[in-house]
Design a protein around this ligand. Structure first.
Ligand SMILES: [Zn+2]
Length: 113
């Protein structure tokens, strides 16, 4: 499962950070998932439950922020919100876009104690 390996690398990052800070527990994590990242938020949330077990993140609370997908039309340069890379441009009707935002999947902030 794709989301489980993502969740495990987030937990790994959080643990590294906790070690660096000399903390023994991760209290809060804020994750950021772009609409165009291909990550299914519900699946990630579920995978996190499993990934934190037996780690410094066990018992931590986390929130998942959704970053809207933003694309730019290659033909006319129009920027618009989209969750689909194959959707045609609402301005000129052509297909073919570049991703401007919403491809990220990252650990945005973390609170340790
Ligand atoms: Zn266009």
């Amino acid at each position: 499962m794709h989301e489980l390996s993502i969740a495990m690398s987030i937990v790994e990052l959080a643990e590294e950070y906790a070690h660096r800070e000399g903390a023994n527990h991760v209290r809060e994590m804020e994750l950021e998932v772009g609409e165009l990242s291909g990550v299914v938020v519900e699946a990630l949330d579920f995978a996190m439950e499993e990934a934190v077990t037996g780690t410094l993140c066990e018992g931590a609370r986390w929130t998942i922020q959704i970053v809207p997908g933003e694309v730019q039309c290659r033909a006319c340069g129009h920027r618009f919100h989209s969750r689909d890379l194959f959707a045609p441009c609402p301005q000129c009707g052509k297909a073919g876009v570049e991703v401007a935002d919403g491809e990220q999947m990252r650990l945005r902030s973390i609170v340790v104690e």
